[in-house]
Design a protein around this ligand. Structure first.
Ligand SMILES: Nc1ncnc2c1ncn2[C@@H]1O[C@H](COP(=O)(O)OP(=O)(O)OP(=O)(O)O)[C@@H](O)[C@H]1O
Length: 230
């Protein structure tokens, strides 16, 4: 049993810099299991960088960052790879293998990790994201919203405890944004910890009526808990 104070993600005085410049400074933040957070801030503020620090794609240049209780500094590449299996990441530019079908792309994490593919489970997941009619399509044939939903399905196929989504509603219309948000809210209701980077304040306001969402804002290298005015 994990203790009540267990945090899924923790930053302790963490910083990230490159080329003599500090992009993020003195970051102290902790995300509890089952929480729902938005991450916002101006373009170039460091949202993607913050998310990469969360899932140990990048190493803090000062301080420390823990994911599921594991400090990135204590892990080698294999440890990070194992830990990442518990994290579902929806990348900003969701890339697929264009010669594989949507079905094959979504099941790729299972294939790569040598886990069996239970066809009925995969069909249920594809139906849940509303892509049953596109399961045999190739990625170049999909619309932006379909790609985003396929990326979400691929991110959760390994039943991760944590879902990190970088602008999952970028380049889709409002209706599709709401649909994607709904899927993320449902995942949170299943107990998953959800972190979403977005510029979309309408989306954040919409979510606040459905879920106890907290808002973190990155500005001037620091992270701020955004106020109730959002
Ligand atoms: N290692 C690095 N070397 C050079 N530049 C970097 C490095 N890491 C981050 N940057 C720069 O830092 C800035 C912040 O990038 P990041 O992608 O984290 O911002 P963002 O808030 O996600 O932006 P957007 O909202 O536009 O996606 C960018 O200008 C990026 O090019």
């Amino acid at each position: 049993m994990r203790d009540r104070g267990f945090k899924v993600i923790e930053f302790h005085d963490a910083a990230y810099g490159y080329g003599g410049r500090e992009l993020l400074s003195q970051i102290n933040v902790s995300l509890a299991p089952g929480s729902f957070h938005f991450l916002t801030g101006p373009s170039g503020a460091g949202k993607t960088t913050f998310l990469k620090l969360c899932y140990h794609e990048l190493q803090a240049t000062a301080g420390r960052v823990s994911l599921l209780g594991k400090d990135s500094r204590s892990l080698d590449r294999d440890d990070v790879a194992m830990l990442r299996r518990k994290i579902g990441v929806v990348h900003q530019d969701c890339q697929f293998l264009d010669h594989l079908s949507v079905w094959e792309n979504i099941s790729l994490p299972l294939t790569v990790s040598g886990r069996p593919i239970v066809e009925s489970d995969l069909a249920d997941l594809i139906a849940w994201v509303g892509l049953s009619d596109h399961a045999n399509a190739l990625p170049p044939e999909m619309s932006g919203g379909e790609r985003q939903r396929a990326a979400l399905a691929r991110a959760i196929i390994m039943s991760p405890d944590v879902i990190i989504a970088d602008e999952p509603t970028g380049n889709v219309d409002w209706e599709m944004s709401l649909r994607l948000l709904q899927l993320l809210v449902e995942l949170n209701r299943m107990g998953k910890t959800v972190v979403i980077a977005t510029h979309d304040m309408h989306l954040i306001r919409q979510a606040k009526s459905q879920v106890n969402a907290r808002v973190l804002r990155i500005a001037d290298r620091r992270i701020h808990q955004a106020g109730a005015d959002l």
